[in-house]
Design a protein around this ligand. Sequence first.
Ligand code: FAD
Length: 405
Amino acid sequence: MDATFSMEVPEEVVHVRDWVHEFAEDVIRPAAAEWDEREETPWPIIQEAAKVGLYTPDLFVQMAAEASGLGMLVVFEEMFWGDAGIALSVLATGLAAAALAANGTPEQLGEWLPQMFGTPDEPKLAAFCSSEPGAGSDVGAVRTRAVYDEAADEWVLNGTKTWATNGGIANVHVVVASVDPELGTRGQASFIVPPGTPGLSQGQKFKKHGIRASHTAEVVLDDVRIPGELILGGRERFEQRLAKIRSGQRTASQAAMMTFERTRPVVGAMALGIARAAYEYALQYACQREQFGKKIAEFQAIAFKLADMKSRIDASRMLVWRAGWMQRNNKPFSSAEGSMAKLFASETAVYVTDEAIQILGGNGYTREYPVERMHRDAKIFTIFEGTSEIQRLVIGRALTGLPIR
Ligand SMILES: Cc1cc2nc3c(=O)[nH]c(=O)nc-3n(C[C@H](O)[C@H](O)[C@H](O)COP(=O)(O)OP(=O)(O)OC[C@H]3O[C@@H](n4cnc5c(N)ncnc54)[C@H](O)[C@@H]3O)c2cc1C
């Protein structure tokens, strides 16, 4: 890694972080338990975020362009510190927007980014749909087909997507589909499905273990016709890429992988937010709760837990910030640093929230206290955006150069 990596947080980023923190503390935290129980999309909070300027394409673009690479990361950490389910409802659009930014042309970005977010008066959401019942970790097994209808200059999409965050309730759906199934992931592309396109419908909405305020559902694509230009990156570029692959030449990474590479540090920042929230709660509790005539934090068994929790949280932040900085400075993730950040922060969130319940004892296990919810919320981070096992495979392959399975 380059030695010029700086841990100094620019003033502009500190300012945004404090502003988002205030929103998380005042608006999100007080509503967390209610929306977790309701298992519904917290539209009033999304509207409030849009109204104050926190849920806008402008902030997204500004933070993506911010020079230190830390801007986006602190926004996500603070929001998830507030509450993971609500924060994902507000910010999952950012993941679809990342797909657009990773693979789209500047014209596509200019047209579709605003439609993903809507307006401050009428906010909208976006969804990124890659996973299918038979294609989770194995993205190459995607069966959704995109067939080009030359006469109409339209793509025709057919298939079923599953576990799509905001699936069916989004204004804009970004859908990964296979154009040439024989080429596996290399024959895939991402497509924009505009609002109200006939043939796209929501299937089952899932009831979940955690992040329950966030909507997760199947998306059914039944002869969905979209204009030819709505393939991300443009049809010409895609056809050129296919021709290269067919003639045996090397090409850049495929659609879904490009998106995941970009989002991994941000997903790490989300997990970090949950871990920090649980640690802070446990620390405060341990310094107040008394047993055997002493504060429980005075027992080494508890203090050592706090020491381990905080150490792993800070180590996670180092990894997440390093990956963010590398990305911003166009340094390749030659040791899969994005995956390292996502892996370590996710497992830290599960570990820290588990220890937080232990520190709170019986109280920690009840819904009267928030660490139980944080523990349920944390678990998704070792599963989505590439499971922990897949992250280890990616890191192992990057380190050894071997095709580890
Ligand atoms: C709440 C939620 C939100 C989601 N949001 C989205 C979304 O917005 N868009 C989207 O496209 N997807 C989304 N997903 C899907 C998510 O990305 C997948 O669940 C994830 O990629 C894992 O796929 P899978 O569930 O099919 O598990 P599988 O791939 O079946 O894996 C099962 C187990 O086998 C392990 N495994 C699989 N392959 C290997 C291997 N080669 N080596 C070692 N171990 C392996 C896995 O690590 C895991 O432990 C979401 C999922 C959930 C639950």
